[in-house]
Structure formats: structure tokens, C-alpha cells
Write a protein that binds this ligand. Structure first.
Ligand code: C5P
Length: 234
């Protein structure tokens, strides 16, 4: 079906209606933001990388029995997906201390976390996506205890698939962020999984191959994204 009206524009993607009411098209932009959109920029061809990397990872997860919103990649920047109702929770899975965890708790960046830990953030731009616990989400009626248990289980299952996949490609999966949606009363993995939403460290050099290069002005941003694409899809 042809492309319909734009339903939503986010920081890195646009969502369009399609001929089918139960499907939408995700368009991946090159726009990059960080620190709750206080820092803005462009990462050339990021949209193409994130679309293709997400396709590969969604297919891998589906093959391992994890339901996702992915239907098919339509073009370099377009992905056809199920139209889900997004659960306003960011599920962060951490295998190694980095980023906000190191800062908040004064932990040493690079220390292994075994078993992996899960954090929930309430998706709300005005509040700056605060860290929340199960009780907060229950209080706000964002999710029931059963849904929270399922989100945590899905986070661990997805990590169990992705960690060795990246390791085989000489990348350490430090941490990543997941979003879920509801489709026909079932939780499915939504949004994207890409160098925008994961921390990936090169296993031989320890170098960042993800959005931290943009956040921290480390240079060689496009090169890092292309290298992740090569290792994941090449
Ligand atoms: O900043 P923090 O250390 O909490 O990020 C943890 C992980 O979640 C990182 O991989 C980061 O890229 C991802 N993340 C994200 N979107 C956000 C916040 C974090 O993709 N809004």
C-alpha cells in the first residue's frame, strides 16, 4: 500500500499510516539528539544503518521466539511494522557499568554486571524520562505487576540472544534500551535496536561504536555506525 499521512514525528524517526489500519511505516532519519534533546546534530546515513541493523536484530529475535513489531524492510530508510500501542516505559538492560548508572551510583565504568540488571524509565519528555520502579509505574497505572514481570523477562531473554550475537562479531553489548507495544493484547518488542539505543564496545580496542561518540564529541561517528552495520549485516 501507498504511504499515508504522518502520524507522529519523533527525534530519530517518523511514523506514517499505510493502506492497512493495523500497520504503520517507520522512516529512519539522520537526526541525532542527546541529553533530552539539548544536543542536536546529524549523523550522515544513520537512518540507513539503524533501519538495517534493526531489521537484522528483529529477525534474529523473532527466530528465537521473541515477538516484535517488525514486518519487513521496505527501503533503505523505511520499515513496515505492526501498529502497536506503545507502553510508555523504556526498559534498559545493563551488562557493564556505563553512562547514567556509573554517574548516579558512582560505580566504575567498565565493571561487569552479572547477572544483567534491568531498569525502567518512564517515557515523558517534560519530565526527562525519570528512572522509576515497579511501584511508581503501578501508581501511575502505566503497567500492571504482570506486565512489569513480562517486561523484565523479555529484557533478559532479548539480552540472552543479543549478547552472544554481538560477541561473535567482536562487540561487547554494554547496555541497551528497549520499547514495547501492545498488539492484539500481546506485548511485542517495538521501536528500534541500533547503535542509537545500544552501547557497543569494540572487543579488541574497547572503543565506543555507538551514539556515545556523538554524545561525547569523540569524532569518527559515521565510521563507527558503518562498522557496526558491516559487522551485523555484512
Ligand atoms: O544513559 P544511560 O546510561 O541510562 O543509557 C543506557 C542505555 O540506554 C544506552 O545504551 C543508551 O543508548 C540507551 N538509551 C536510549 N534512549 C534513552 C536513554 C538511554 O536508547 N532515552
Amino acid at each position: 500500500g501507498g504511504i499515508g499521512e504522518m502520524l507522529y514525528e519523533g527525534k530519530a524517526k517518523k511514523i506514517f499510516a499505510t493502506a492497512r489500519p493495523d500497520q504503520v511505516m517507520q522512516y529512519f532519519k539522520d537526526d541525532a539528539t542527546a541529553f533530552n534533546a539539548q544536543k542536536r546534530g546529524t549523523i550522515v546515513e544513520k537512518g540507513i544503518v539503524n533501519n538495517k541493523v534493526s531489521e537484522r536484530l528483529f529477525k534474529l529475535l523473532e527466530a528465537e521466539g521473541i515477538p516484535t513489531h517488525f514486518i519487513e524492510r521496505l527501503s533503505d530508510r523505511e520499515m513496515l511494522t505492526k501498529k502497536v500501542t506503545i507502553v510508555p516505559v523504556e526498559v534498559v538492560v545493563r551488562n557493564v557499568v556505563a553512562g547514567s548508572l556509573a554517574k548516579r551510583l558512582g560505580l566504575r565504568e567498565g565493571d561487569r554486571i552479572e547477572p544483567a540488571i534491568i531498569e525502567f524509565y518512564y517515557k515523558n519528555d517534560a519530565l526527562g524520562d525519570p528512572l522509576v520502579n515497579d511501584d511508581h509505574l503501578r501508581l501511575m497505572k502505566v503497567a500492571t505487576p504482570a506486565v512489569l514481570r513480562e517486561l523484565r523477562e523479555l529484557g533478559h531473554s532479548i539480552n540472552t540472544v543479543l549478547k552472544p550475537f554481538f560477541a561473535e562479531r567482536k562487540m561487547q553489548l554494554v547496555d541497551f534500551k528497549l520499547e514495547f507495544g501492545v498488539f492484539h493484547n500481546k506485548l511485542v518488542l517495538a521501536d528500534e535496536i541500533s547503535p542509537d539505543t545500544c552501547r557497543l564496545w569494540d572487543m579488541s580496542t574497547g572503543e565506543s561504536m555507538d551514539k556515545d561518540r556523538f554524545r561525547k564529541d569523540m569524532g569518527k561517528i559515521e565510521e563507527a555506525y558503518q562498522e557496526v552495520l558491516r559487522r551485523v549485516c555484512g
